[in-house]
Design a protein. Structure first.
Length: 202
């Protein structure tokens, strides 16, 4: 581990946890995709590699590249889905008032990926906006169960407690959890300050 730390330090990388040192110290290749910054959200196959051979595809597909391209096609999903992208789509439906559409997308996404915390978060937010507090608490509770560090879920749970049920102290407790998870969470800080003032007035 000391050698891994030394290797990382030579590249100006500082880490706090030993597990990171082990993982990064053993890393030999890092593939990164930052859509919009590094890439343009467009992909094209430019070359194919087989042991001892490389085929450039700029002028068409050479016959030697066919087995690799065929294997790649077989390994690709016919209808690929990204559950996080579906959650974002449902969130945009929800934000624009299309709550029923958001619920349909989330129901289908959660059917395929029942351990997706973000899906339950979007579902809980939609239930809250419809006034279905018990359903919202269940969905947000599942979010927190699957991802205990989901600060937005704690903040949403706080809104249910203080807005929906009038329980300011439970709202404060949830917001304090959200701030402990993410100290940069401005919304939680603002709401916490408001609730502290409200408690002070009681």
């Amino acid at each position: 581990m000391a050698l891994g730390s030394l290797r990382l330090a030579r590249h100006n990388v500082l880490v706090r946890r030993s597990a990171v040192v082990e993982a990064l110290g053993a890393t030999t290749l890092l593939c990164v995709d930052k859509t919009g910054t590094i890439t343009e959200n467009r992909m094209a196959l430019r070359s194919v590699w087989r042991p001892g051979q490389r085929f450039e595809l700029s002028g068409g597909r050479p016959a030697g590249a066919d087995p690799v391209v065929h294997a790649a096609q077989l390994a690709s999903a016919l209808r690929p889905h990204d559950p996080i992208a579906e959650c974002r789509m449902a969130s945009s439906y929800y934000a624009t008032g299309m709550k029923d559409s958001a619920m349909v997308v989330m129901r289908e996404t959660l059917k395929r990926d029942p351990k997706l915390a973000e899906g339950y978060f979007v579902r809980g937010s939609a239930f809250f906006s419809q006034g279905k507090l018990d359903d919202a608490v269940l969905a947000l509770g599942e979010t927190i169960h699957l991802d205990p560090k989901h600060a937005r879920a704690h903040a949403s749970m706080a809104r249910i407690h203080w807005v929906g049920r009038g329980d300011l102290r439970a709202g404060i407790a949830e917001l304090e959890r959200a701030v402990a998870i993410n100290p940069q969470f401005g919304y939680a800080h603002h709401q916490l300050a408001f609730l502290y003032t409200e408690i002070g007035d009681l």
